[in-house]
Design a protein around this ligand. Structure first.
Ligand SMILES: Nc1ncnc2c1ncn2[C@@H]1O[C@H](COP(=O)(O)OP(=O)(O)O)[C@@H](O)[C@H]1O
Ligand SMILES: [Mg+2]
Length: 317
């Protein structure tokens, strides 16, 4: 792909709004997901993820605003949208007494895949999700991770370009989660555009090339995962150890305008800088300049999850 070409939008929402009675579940949400993205859609419970995905999947109509999937409006061209998307709900009834192949064959028939072609299609999607060995198994006998992968196989049956996956990793053990993530990466390589929701930011941090964070129906952040920390982190925290005169060192730091808070903790000084743009080297400089003997200066890596919690608790901005 030409790196300088502008990315092509696959999914776009424009001032997308949805109310349930007096409750505003989505509040003028603007989202852009580009072709080939493995896009993380993140928000705590009740943030509006399922509402958004259901609108994109044409199951729910917006109260106001617009949503477009591969050029098709989800309201006016719902049929066209259904052909190009695969939607995996957060909870889908499992047909416990059905065999794996029967189940997929059934959905293949729903999508009007000709009988002659169906067996190959079913085999292909089973291969993709690593369930080829389980063809004849009853769905009820599969592990939770396998059932989730079967759900994924189901949404792949008509070879959709855009996948909308609502918390597909929730309730999975770490191993099953890793397996799910590996399949999603494989699908991305095949050229699919994937939107995956989660209420756990760190779960998607290594998987997705871009993320959006929503809270109470509003977009808080959209962009690369790395940008979350840069944009959201309030103050940086730096830990300092000085030789002997800790009190003196603290006084030096308190006098600096870049420093908002200085505290003694476990034989170290905990320094909070005014904003994340401030280079933490000012701490060492100030101390050395003030005559303190610096043993160690170490920046606290603010974990992504911590940033996310702060954001969703409304502690930033
Ligand atoms: N059918 C509904 N009737 C009333 N309120 C709803 C309905 N569905 C969702 N909500 C509310 O809309 C908000 C967003 O819900 P949802 O989209 O399910 O969030 P998420 O998937 O991020 O947890 C929540 O406050 C939820 O209680
Ligand atoms: Mg949900």
């Amino acid at each position: 792909m030409n790196a300088s070409a502008p990315p092509l939008p696959a999914v776009q929402t424009i001032a997308l709004t949805r109310t349930y009675g007096p409750m505003v579940a989505l509040n003028a949400l603007d989202l852009s997901v580009y072709k080939g993205d493995l896009f993380g859609f993140i928000g705590s419970n009740g943030a509006g993820k399922t509402t958004t995905l259901r609108i994109l999947a044409t199951f729910l109509t917006p109260t106001a605003g617009q949503a477009i999937v591969l050029g098709h409006d989800v309201v006016r061209e719902a049929d066209a949208v259904r052909h190009v998307i695969g939607y995996m709900p957060d909870f889908f009834g499992v047909y416990k007494d059905m065999e794996v192949t029967e189940y997929l064959d059934f959905f293949g028939a729903c999508y009007k895949i000709p009988t002659a072609q169906r067996e190959k299609t079913v085999n292909d999607v089973l291969e993709l999700v690593g369930l080829s060995e389980k063809k004849g198994a009853l769905i009820g006998a599969l592990s939770r991770g396998m059932q989730q992968r079967l759900g994924l196989a189901r949404v792949l049956i008509h070879d959709p370009q855009v996948l909308l996956l609502d918390e597909p990793a929730s309730g999975l053990d770490p191993r099953a989660r890793i397996e799910m993530m590996a399949i999603l990466q494989e699908l991305q390589k095949m050229g699919k555009t994937i939107i995956i929701s989660s209420h756990i930011l760190s779960e998607l941090q290594t998987l997705c090339n871009r993320v959006a964070i929503i809270e109470r129906g509003k977009l808080i952040y959209s962009g690369p995962v790395q940008g979350v920390r840069d944009q959201m982190a309030t103050g940086r925290v730096v830990w300092v150890r000085v030789k002997s005169d800790q009190q003196g060192g603290m006084e030096i730091l308190k006098a600096r305008s870049e420093v908002t808070e200085v505290a003694a903790r476990d034989g170290q000084i905990r320094v909070t800088l005014t904003d994340h743009e401030t280079d933490h080297s000012i701490v060492a400089e100030a101390l050395v300049h003030g005559g303190a003997r610096v043993l160690e200066v170490r920046e606290d890596e603010l974990g992504l999850e911590e940033v996310f919690l702060r954001v969703t608790r409304g502690e930033t901005q």
